[in-house]
Design a protein around this ligand. Structure first.
Ligand code: HSE
Length: 307
């Protein structure tokens, strides 16, 4: 096989209470990437999107992730990578993770699948580091494994796939950029025990709700008393979106990853579409450009399209 094309999905991480440990892949939007073997060494990157991302391999998230894999293999030849991003960088729906996960899955496919999914997450994390300045796999792991996952331990990459009842996800992406590295810098370094107790009770409740198909428990547990109070200040319309979504009958939701996108979970598509109407009303009123998606959980993660 000389060339492979993959679809790499957006993802929602944190899911309110699960900062850095919970994430799910989405069916929409997704990036498309083509990876082509070449005989000469080196990684050549071309972007066919309009985001003006760096094309030098050591500055590009996908380039760094791919190089990490090639170093491990002591691979001598090179690759050409053509990236068409649909997930805007700095959107909070896993744009950098889609780049990093997509390329490592594509390379693994081209090289005869020498690596496990866990190893692919580790390579991709090298790329993700450029965007966020920290090692976290809550967008990468769902991108590579598919579905909704818990990262029980980031260091050893103890990744647990969770089942869920049917869920519909409404995303609004106000067209402002929040850099993940900045959104992490402003977080408190220490938290009161009282807040920690509330947060880990909600994580346990949320995971149990998913596994038991208990929508009410999911709804009660979609709370974040630690990160959201700090980051929500960066997102205009945050409270109004929450309030409109509640009126539409949502299960709950909050900031997607480090923002500015917001996500809301619904039990059915009709509610998810009503939530979208409420989101649009908020940003139309504020005069801020936005994009919305009504989608569902992508159970497959990065998918190989054609060779
Ligand atoms: N868990 C990370 C954060 C995700 O919230 O900073 C970044 O996309």
């Amino acid at each position: 096989m000389e060339s492979v094309t993959v679809k790499s999905p957006a993802s929602v991480s944190n899911l309110c209470c699960g900062f850095d440990i919970l994430g799910m892949a989405l069916n929409e939007p997704y990036d498309t990437m083509q990876l082509i073997k070449k005989d000469e060494p080196g990684i050549v990157i071309q972007h066919t999107d309009a985001y003006l991302l760096p094309v030098a391999a050591d500055k590009n998230i996908a380039g760094v992730a791919l190089q990490a894999m090639l170093n491990e293999l002591k691979y001598k030849n090179g690759f050409k990578l053509i990236i068409n991003k649909q997930i805007k960088p700095g959107s909070g729906i896993g744009s950098s993770a889609a780049s990093a996960a997509g390329v490592v899955v594509a390379a693994n496919e081209l090289l005869g699948r020498p690596f496990s999914k866990n190893q692919l997450v580790a390579f991709a994390m090298e790329g993700e580091m450029i965007a966020s300045g920290a090692r976290h796999a809550d967008n990468l792991a769902p991108c590579i494994y598919g579905g909704l996952v818990l990262i029980r331990d980031t260091l050893s990459l103890d990744i647990v796939q969770l089942t869920t009842p049917p869920l519909f996800i409404t995303i609004v992406h106000p067209q402002i950029e929040i850099k993940t590295s900045y959104a992490r810098e402003i977080l408190p370094k220490e938290i009161p025990l009282k807040s920690a107790v509330i947060q880990w009770a909600n994580v346990a409740g949320l995971v149990t709700g998913f596994l038991k198909n208990d929508y009410e428990l999911i709804s009660r547990s979609l709370k974040d008393v630690i990160i959201e109070p700090v980051r929500s200040k960066l997102i205009p319309g945050f409270e109004a979106v929450k309030s409109n979504s509640r009126q539409a009958g949502v299960l709950g939701g909050g900031i997607s990853g480090s923002g500015p996108s917001l996500f809301m979970l619904s039990e059915n598509q009709k509610t998810a579409t009503l939530v979208e109407v409420g989101m649009k009303a908020v940003y139309d009123k504020l005069g801020i450009a936005y994009k919305t998606y009504v989608t569902s959980i992508n159970q497959n993660g990065v998918t190989v399209m054609k060779s």
